[in-house]
Ligand binder design. Structure first.
Ligand SMILES: NC(=O)c1ccc[n+]([C@@H]2O[C@H](COP(=O)([O-])OP(=O)(O)OC[C@H]3O[C@@H](n4cnc5c(N)ncnc54)[C@H](OP(=O)(O)O)[C@@H]3O)[C@@H](O)[C@H]2O)c1
Length: 243
């Protein structure tokens, strides 16, 4: 088993981009720790360890960190991929729904707080030099999508955190990659938009960026939208507002 790589930890591993990441890192010979709340879809495979954990809560983060410590392998790559997107209308019936405050708190907890806490807990276990943290953000981190205000804010926060941590980690030899998917064909985008790329194409971009020590994994339209946002942010704001 070529686990000279060290461990690959993938959150949100039960479907979509996360499941494709699990397959990609196993194929490349990494021992993989796959984390999600419902991991029944993940068949036992050599090199694969599965953990059921709700990462929106402190208990789930602690369970994940304890499992990594128990595995006794240095962490080569931590991919903070788990995410949820809720459409929340602050003027409509959503605002009167008694579940709304919990839904907002959980969305921020999973999308933003969990990557911060996992980084905090797992940094001491990361390969030095060469360990990599990948944070999966979104184009709406640059220009918000009005129908998903909490999601947009959480992803903007995660993009900002990625930049700060990159600077802090420079002296430690740990790298940060921001993955910015375009529209990817997963459960999250059912019924939305066209021209989606496959989860596998997104994962190829992440894998190559980690391997080649790049800062960004932005395949397909993402790279062009990021460039356009530098020169014509108002146009990008209008495009993403319609997405
Ligand atoms: N698809 C896109 O076009 C797109 C675009 C931009 C950014 N992204 C980002 O890419 C990432 C992956 O998205 P995706 O499209 O693959 O989403 P997805 O198909 O909906 O999968 C989300 C994953 O997150 C896990 N998850 C949800 N809540 C969780 C919790 N409380 N604790 C632990 N795991 C949890 C889910 O597993 P369980 O339900 O089993 O827990 C699932 O494995 C997300 O961060 C998303 O924001 C996606």
């Amino acid at each position: 088993m070529p686990n000279s790589h060290g461990l690959a930890i993938i959150t949100g591993a039960s479907r979509g981009i996360g499941l494709a990441l699990v397959n990609r890192y196993l194929e490349a010979g990494f021992p993989v720790l796959a984390i999600a709340r419902d991991t029944a879809v993940l068949q036992p495979r050599e090199n694969l360890t599965v953990l059921d954990a709700d990462l929106a809560g402190r208990a789930g983060i602690t369970r994940a960190a304890d499992r990594v410590k128990a595995m006794g392998l240095p962490v080569a790559v931590l991919i903070n991929n788990a995410g949820v997107q809720n459409a929340i209308d602050f003027t409509g019936p959503d605002s009167a729904n008694p579940m709304c405050p919990d839904c907002i708190r959980d969305e921020i907890a999973l999308n933003l707080t969990a990557p911060m806490l996992l980084a905090l807990c797992l940094l001491p276990l990361m390969l030095r030099p060469g360990g990599t943290i990948v944070n999966v953000t979104s184009l709406v981190s640059r220009q918000p999508k009005p129908s998903a205000p909490v999601y947009s804010a959480s992803k903007a926060g995660l993009a900002s955190f990625t930049q700060s941590l990159r600077v802090q980690m420079r002296s430690e030899g740990i790298r940060l990659v921001e993955a910015v998917p375009p529209l990817v064909d997963t459960g999250m985008t059912v019924g939305r938009g066209s021209g989606k790329i496959s989860p596998e194409a997104m994962v190829d971009a992440i894998f190559v960026s980690v391997r080649d020590q790049k800062r960004l994994a932005a395949p397909g339209l993402s790279r062009r939208v990021l460039l356009l946002n530098r020169v014509w942010p108002e146009l990008v704001r209008k495009i993403l507002a319609r997405s």
